[in-house]
Design a protein around this ligand. Structure first.
Ligand code: MN
Length: 278
């Protein structure tokens, strides 16, 4: 039994099939944990979602910003100009697919390796237990009676710094923004959600979330996606692995074997223009 973490698919079904052949994946023997953003921008979001759901206990995903956007768009009817998940919204099994997606966690704890898998980042103030418990707060809201209200108020960049006293939508929005959108923050953990470039291109005073001094999850292995311009997968000084290797952009799709911590990848065809907004 091998567990593999796999980076952002965003509707890239053909590269996933090639990657699974390359790692000799068997749903009867192995497990897959996707780092989020299964859907949107790429060509085959419906096929990806149906396939991952069909794997049952052999696969799980953490929720990414595009996954939450799909759920919010389905509820509100507001589909963006660059969204490519119309096929899901029109599918006869749309409700079952979205119910399955909604039930996926925001943070997955791999019990064998001890790694945490999440889509984007963790602010420096949260330790492992608090990260897991805040992710659960969001999941309970997403699957509870206030789900529609929360999804309608989910978008926005404030508050931009953690405070234990945050409550209600402000608390949930901050948690969602960190777990599904964070790349850069200041040394005190103040988030800056707009810059998305390679480390070194950011404004002065900003740093990748995993390089903040004194980060409480510094001893934890954290596997994430979302940051296609990161430039490398493993940051050994921080025990972090960034698996979004730009499949959608003509880069590659990466799997990380959670037993050996070795990566395996396949090259991908480009579906997105280099300067399109992510
Ligand atoms: Mn993302």
């Amino acid at each position: 039994m091998t567990t593999y973490a796999i980076g952002d698919l965003q509707g890239c079904f053909a590269p996933l099939q090639r990657l699974l052949l390359k790692i000799d994946f068997s749903p009867h023997r192995d497990r897959l944990v996707f780092a989020g953003d299964l859907v949107n921008r790429g060509p085959q979001s419906l096929e990806v979602l149906r396939y991952v759901k069909s794997l049952g206990h052999a696969a799980t995903t953490v929720l990414g910003n595009h996954d939450l956007h799909l759920i919010a768009a389905a509820r509100s009817g507001h589909v963006g100009r660059n969204d490519t998940f119309d096929d899901i919204l029109r599918a006869s099994d749309c409700d079952e697919l979205l119910d399955w997606l909604l039930a996926q966690p925001l943070v997955y704890e791999d019990t064998d390796s001890g790694a945490l898998i999440l889509h984007a980042g963790v602010p420096p103030q949260w330790d492992r237990a608090q990260t897991l418990s805040l992710a659960q707060e969001v999941s309970s809201t997403l699957t509870g009676p206030k789900s529609d209200k929360f999804l309608a108020q989910m978008y926005g960049n404030d508050p931009d710094i953690w405070d234990e006293k945050l409550r209600g939508i402000e608390r949930l929005r901050f948690v969602v923004n960190c777990l599904t959108r964070l790349r850069y923050c200041e040394a005190d953990g103040r988030t800056h959600l707009k810059p998305s470039g390679t480390p070194g291109t950011q404004a002065q005073g900003l740093m990748p979330w995993f390089e903040v001094p004194g980060r409480k999850t510094a001893q934890d292995t954290i596997i994430f996606g979302h940051w296609s311009t990161l430039g490398k997968v493993h940051w050994p000084q921080a025990q972090v692995y960034g698996l979004d290797t730009g499949c959608l952009w003509g880069g590659c799709l990466t799997a990380l074997n959670l037993t050996t911590m070795q990566t395996i990848n396949v090259d991908c065809e480009q579906f997105q223009k280099p300067h399109a907004k992510d």
